[in-house]
Write a protein that binds this ligand. Structure first.
Ligand code: MN
Length: 134
């Protein structure tokens, strides 16, 4: 049985990518909720209090960067780790994302053999983890 304590919120507007992340996280024992937009992510985070939020940057209405900023400013939600999953792969993007309200950064394409472990690392206290979940 999964419990809410395992909940990961996946925010991704690309269905194939969302399906892959959901599959890998469920296979690793997590409960997963999904949505495709930053505004929906904020609403779900407030209702469901996921342990971790995994978020694409380019979304349908509100971007991942905007949503991360809103979450980071909310006293009740700011402690939930936010991990960007993005195809942006230019030099400097990782640092930019980590300064913009995310605690972690995973570059696409997702690596199926390590993705769930990278996310699981963010269930640990901040003091003992690194931004790429290693
Ligand atoms: Mn996208």
């Amino acid at each position: 049985m999964s419990s809410k304590n395992d909940l990961v919120l996946v925010v991704e507007d690309n269905k194939a990518s969302s399906d892959l992340m959901t599959y890998l996280l469920r296979a690793a024992g997590h409960t997963v909720m999904t949505c495709t937009d930053g505004a929906d992510a904020i609403a779900i985070a407030g209702q469901e209090r996921p342990r971790v939020i995994v978020m694409d940057l380019q979304l349908e209405r509100m971007s991942g960067l905007e949503a991360a900023a809103v979450l980071a400013a909310d006293p009740k939600l700011k402690a939930i780790p936010r991990i960007a999953v993005t195809a942006y792969a230019m030099v400097g993007d990782r640092d930019r994302v980590l300064k913009a309200g995310f605690q972690g950064y995973i570059a696409k394409p997702i690596e199926p053999t390590t993705f769930a472990a990278q996310i699981k690392a963010f269930f640990l206290p901040a003091a003992v983890r690194s931004p790429d979940g290693s």
